[in-house]
Ligand binder design. Structure first.
Ligand SMILES: Nc1ncnc2c1ncn2[C@@H]1O[C@H](COP(=O)(O)OP(=O)(O)OP(=O)(O)O)[C@@H](O)[C@H]1O
Length: 252
């Protein structure tokens, strides 16, 4: 018998529920995250903002399985991280998560092409050549593939890092200040690429940033203060973001 058609709810790519993270103990305890609950929908671009020390990196690291929450639940897709062994977490990070860091983290002795395919090579996964070509052409890297990172500009290196994150078609791409080391033109290029990854490739992107202009590329901006989620904007302008940040006591 056929089931009645259901409107499927938007898929959640990553979720934190009642997550706390404390460092140290006794007098030196730091409450980096205090009961944070948030879902990241598939196919959305989210920016996490907040004053220095508000818990942004801690939240991203807990979501990406780079750090363990003290309590609460973190899921990537339908997988709860707490139940996984170190080996399973490593595999999940490798297969389902893409990373773009502030310090591009490319291997200096490998060409751009080798850097892009490295995670697939390590995982023993086959390269989808059509997808590789689509990503490389969209990111304007075709004529740079044989170059080593040292022969590329900062913006080009970060585009290689974006291609590396995209080529495995992860469930979610995390960016930790991905434009932190770039001038405004290169920042704009990288943010346009992350935007296109969502709009054209259906990816899910979550970045931590201090820059209201970078955050304005996102569909949604969430604000942390003192380890708590305190505010949220959808489709904001840089001015909207700036106003909230000023209210939280951070001059950008
Ligand atoms: N390994 C650690 N040991 C002890 N305290 C830590 C550790 N990592 C982070 N913290 C503390 O947890 C709090 C949140 O840090 P976190 O790095 O997440 O903030 P952030 O919002 O990303 O800051 P920033 O914008 O300056 O990078 C801070 O008070 C920080 O000092």
């Amino acid at each position: 018998m056929t089931q009645p058609a259901e409107v499927s709810p938007a898929t959640v790519a990553a979720s934190a529920q009642h997550v706390t993270k404390t460092y140290g103990s006794g007098d030196t305890t730091v409450h980096a995250l205090r009961d944070v609950s948030i879902d990241f929908q598939s196919g959305q671009f989210t920016a996490i903002m907040g004053p220095s020390g508000s818990g942004k990196s801690t939240l991203m690291h807990c979501l990406a399985g780079l750090d363990n929450a003290t309590s609460g639940t973190v899921t990537i897709g339908d997988v709860e991280l707490a139940g996984l062994s170190d080996k399973e977490i490593t595999r999940l990070r490798r297969d389902r998560i893409g990373f773009v860091f502030q310090a591009f983290n490319l291997v200096p002795t490998l060409s751009a092409q080798e850097n892009i395919t490295l995670p697939l090579d390590i995982a023993g996964r086959e390269l989808d050549q059509d997808w590789f070509d689509a990503v490389v052409d969209r990111l304007g890297l075709r004529d740079r593939l044989t170059h080593r990172p040292g022969e590329l500009s900062g913006g080009q290196q970060q585009r290689v890092a974006c291609a590396r994150a995209l080529v495995g078609r992860p469930d979610i791409i995390f960016g930790d200040e991905p434009t932190g080391n770039l001038d405004s033109r290169s920042s704009g290029e990288v943010l346009s690429i992350l935007r296109a990854a969502v709009d054209e490739f259906g990816q899910t992107v979550v970045i931590v940033t201090h820059d209201p202009r970078a955050a304005s590329y996102a569909d949604r901006v969430v604000f942390l203060a003192d380890g708590r989620l305190v505010h949220e904007l959808t489709e904001p302008t840089a001015d909207d973001v700036f106003a909230v940040m000023r209210g939280l006591g951070e001059e950008s």
